[in-house]
Design a protein around this ligand. Structure first.
Ligand SMILES: NC(=O)c1ccc[n+]([C@@H]2O[C@H](COP(=O)([O-])OP(=O)(O)OC[C@H]3O[C@@H](n4cnc5c(N)ncnc54)[C@H](OP(=O)(O)O)[C@@H]3O)[C@@H](O)[C@H]2O)c1
Length: 330
């Protein structure tokens, strides 16, 4: 085999970037790493950034994007994984500064690899992907901070995104009431159909004049967008409430007063799935294989690799919804 199929992001002479399905030379694979044949990958916001040439995510191009991969071990020179083992790889440097999972093959260090837990298929693992894993970590963090379903509703922002929808499904499965904040009025009906109890339009949520504190409304939150939405969520929590801070689609700055923390005991729970210890990732994957066994079909669209570049462009401008499972074999 001299080449394999995969997405290839390259820089044009004028500084713009292009991502297309290409024949990639096998010499980009690193011989002393574990060689995995990828059967499924998925699309995440970070992939959209990487494939558009965002140097904060990927420094060097040409590059294969894809922060998620699930497949079969072909060869492990160090002998930790037997050929034929089914494995999941998410995060670490995959698809960022190491070639990623939106391709037929990937080579990775053994320390990035999780053995597929019993009860989970490779396909379902990538329906979940980094977005679902992060939702799992966020829900776990809320539970560990004492936020149980009887304390009141959980607010989820960026509700129609991959992370938002996975969070909603998991919270509903666990018996929480869910309030969703979304910028997409046209998807209110869909969000209700997957169990959302109350909907808030993003613009209306932000229209109110800024205050030091708002009336208490949410027991907890999962924020996927950052910026003013995150700040208002923090200022609207009941006493002892927590928000799991996951994303930044709307902004990275955080300017607020100390009041929510010293008057209501508000907590910010930082969630960073990419470089989390393998043990934490394994714990959450095990939960998905045993305890958190709910269908994701309603929120997942299955696509082939050639369709991914266009969808990632739409993702960058907030025009996609739900999860995209990518079949990588031809
Ligand atoms: N911390 C971690 O470990 C971790 C892991 C995975 C992802 N993330 C981050 O989480 C975020 C969501 O990831 P994803 O994969 O779910 O992305 P996604 O599928 O593209 O969803 C992002 C959602 O955010 C909302 N949004 C988009 N642009 C916005 C804007 N300008 N202002 C406010 N809201 C906007 C939209 O939802 P509505 O239209 O419904 O509002 C959109 O569907 C990203 O920032 C990503 O980098 C973090």
């Amino acid at each position: 085999m001299e080449t394999f199929k995969g997405l290839w992001t390259s820089e044009n002479k004028d500084g713009t970037f292009e991502t297309s399905l290409s024949d990639i030379p096998t010499n980009v694979l690193i011989p002393d790493q574990v060689l995995v044949q990828v059967l499924y990958s998925s699309l995440n916001y970070k992939d959209a950034l990487s494939s558009s040439g965002h140097r904060g995510i990927t420094k060097n191009f040409p590059h294969i994007p894809g922060i998620d991969a699930a497949g079969i071990v072909i060869n492990d020179p160090m002998g930790k994984f037997k050929p034929g083992s089914e494995v999941i790889i998410t995060g670490f440097d995959l698809g960022m500064n190491a070639h990623g999972g939106l391709s037929e093959y990937v080579s990775v260090p053994p320390t990035w690899i999780i053995k597929l837990p019993k009860g989970l298929s490779l396909e379902k693992s990538m329906q979940i992907g980094t977005a679902g894993l992060t939702a799992g970590m966020a829900v776990l963090a809320l539970q560990e901070n004492g936020i149980s379903p009887d304390q009141g509703p959980i607010v989820v922002s960026g509700a129609t995104g991959g992370l938002g929808m996975c969070s909603i499904l998991l919270l509903k499965y666990l018996g929480y009431q869910v309030i969703a904040i979304t910028g997409k009025k046209e998807l209110h009906g869909f969000l209700s159909s997957i169990g959302v109890d109350e909907l808030i339009d993003r613009e209306e949520f932000l229209a109110e004049k800024s205050k030091a504190l708002y009336p208490t409304r949410f027991a907890g939150g999962i924020d996927t967008v950052g910026g003013d939405t995150f700040i208002k969520m923090l200022k609207s929590l009941k006493a002892g409430g927590s928000v799991a801070a996951c994303g930044m689609a709307s902004g990275v700055e955080l300017t607020l007063q100390i009041y929510p923390f010293i008057l209501r005991g508000t907590r910010i729970l930082g969630i960073y799935s990419a470089d989390s210890p393998l043990e934490l990732k394994q714990k959450v994957w095990n939960k998905f294989s045993k305890e958190w066994d709910f269908p994701l079909d309603k929120i997942v669209k299955t696509i082939t690799l050639d369709k991914a570049p266009k969808i990632m462009q739409s993702m960058l401008v907030g025009q996609t919804s739900g999860r995209y499972l990518v079949k990588t074999i031809f």
